[in-house]
Ligand binder design. Structure first.
Ligand code: ZN
Length: 213
């Protein structure tokens, strides 16, 4: 059984996730830790639970989702995984960091590209990589079929959807990603988004005002 631990980090209130199972292997998804205190919160949790992080996964490369990449990579000695189409977004994040109020952001290099359709493994668990562009050109989501959840990034929120007013965003592309990659999952799957509270596929299909199921 995969455990999902949520942290809300940085002035941009981004959800960082630590996933682990009873082998104690873990993946860290979208580490947004920025302050020393946030770094200690994350490393303290990992230490207290006896976890061994094995991969750093990014859903996409907007600044709030990669803020802690360099620190996590150094601290735990793990590789960074990102979709290739996000390299241009990663560059943009570096340029925009001061404007977003996080001038101390340090860019970290990507070690592996995430390939949609493939899976990412840790412990006894596996995550299916789904391509969900629209909010960002190389945005991916991670689906765990055994424990029925998706780590969705900034695609589908509780009662909302990811912004499409940034460069390289497109509303129709995002709506298509939601309909074909999220709404096709069973209703009881939990969605752990990049911001705000978790929700379910069924709830959003029924009541999301931006993309109808
Ligand atoms: Zn984003």
């Amino acid at each position: 059984m995969v455990q999902v631990q949520t942290f809300v980090f940085s002035p941009l209130a981004e959800n960082t996730y630590v996933l682990y199972d009873d082998t104690r292997e873990a993946v860290i998804i979208d580490p947004g830790c920025y302050t020393r205190q946030e770094q200690e919160d994350l490393s303290g949790f990992i230490k207290r639970h006896g976890l061994t992080p094995v991969k750093l996964l990014n859903t996409h490369a907007h600044i709030d989702h990669v803020l802690g990449n360099a620190w996590v990579k150094r601290q735990f000695g793990i590789d960074i995984y990102l979709h290739e189409n996000e390299l241009q977004v990663l560059k943009w994040s570096q340029v925009m960091a001061p404007a977003f109020g996080v001038p101390a952001y340090e860019e970290a290099g990507v070690d592996h590209f995430l390939i949609p359709g493939q899976t990412v493994a840790f412990g006894k668990a596996s995550l299916e990589i789904r391509f969900v562009p629209g909010h960002a050109p190389g945005h991916v989501a991670f689906v765990n079929h055994a424990d029925r959840f998706v780590i969705g990034g900034d695609v589908l929120f509780k009662g909302s959807i990811g912004r499409t007013d940034f460069p390289l965003c497109d509303f129709e592309t995002l709506a298509n990603s939601i309909r074909t990659q999220f709404y096709t999952l069973p209703d009881d799957f939990t969605v752990y988004p990049g911001h705000f509270d978790s929700t379910t596929i069924g709830r959003e299909k029924k009541s999301n005002p931006f993309v109808k199921g």
